[in-house]
Design a binder for this molecule. Structure first.
Ligand code: AMP
Length: 212
């Protein structure tokens, strides 16, 4: 069955990396909320500066801004193409707004959680680097100084202790309750093992779910 997947996972769970593999296998179009916002944050406008400040503080951007960009994404989706939502919803209000929007467009959807402990999240976030160019994420054990594309590897501006703490708190307090809205169609994947193993078990579980 073709359906949209709504990816959940504490920061550092690897949902961006897994999302890419899943999207490639099933032909899904990815909507990465954080990446869309970081693009807006680079704009030299009042909205751009406001968004940058919120992101760097590890706080949440307003629902109005989020819903506007997600609605725009859905309106521009190719007919018959399913979507993979990464980074939305972050709280119950957004989950309600997103579900209403998806139902309005006659879309079917399921939630997927990539589960890790808080210790793992902290460890991964304080040591990961991203490519300045293509935004690919690299874990601490990546040995090169440069990205595969040749770009410089840097620390994300919000991967600093205060902001990391705030984002993990928000996940526990706001995003976890939002997941309950998807409990009828929900898949939990263990995100602790090595990436290859996580991908293998995730794709197997998704095969079963999507073929049901
Ligand atoms: P991420 O790349 O998913 O870690 O998101 C980076 C930052 O973008 C978050 O810390 C928030 O400031 C903002 N953000 C991402 N998704 C949302 C959302 N659904 N609602 C509000 N703010 C968001």
């Amino acid at each position: 069955m073709i359906m949209d997947l709504i990816f959940f996972g504490m920061q550092g769970s690897g949902k961006g990396t897994l999302g890419k593999a899943v999207a490639e296998k099933y032909g899904l179009e990815i909507f990465e909320t954080g990446a869309e916002l970081r693009k807006l944050a680079q704009e030299d406008s009042e909205l751009g500066r406001k968004i940058k400040k919120i992101i760097d503080a590890g706080e949440l951007v307003s629902d109005e801004v989020i819903m506007e960009i997600v609605e725009n994404f859905i309106n521009n989706l190719e007919a018959g193409k399913a979507a993979l939502f990464d980074g939305i919803p972050r709280k119950i209000e957004q989950a309600k707004l997103l579900n209403t929007l998806l139902k309005k467009h006659d879309r079917k959807f399921a939630g997927v959680l990539l589960e890790i402990s808080e210790e793992t999240a902290l460890r991964r976030l304080t040591t990961r680097r991203i490519c300045k160019n293509c935004k690919e994420v690299y874990p601490a054990n990546y040995e090169n100084d440069k990205c595969k594309c040749g770009g410089e590897l840097i620390t994300r501006s919000d991967d600093v202790p205060e902001s990391i703490k705030k984002r993990i708190e928000t996940f526990k307090e706001k995003t976890v309750p939002a997941m309950t809205l998807y409990k009828d169609h929900f898949l939990t994947i263990d995100g602790e093992p090595q990436i290859e193993e996580v991908q293998k078990s995730a794709l197997k579980a998704l095969d079963t779910m999507l073929q049901a």
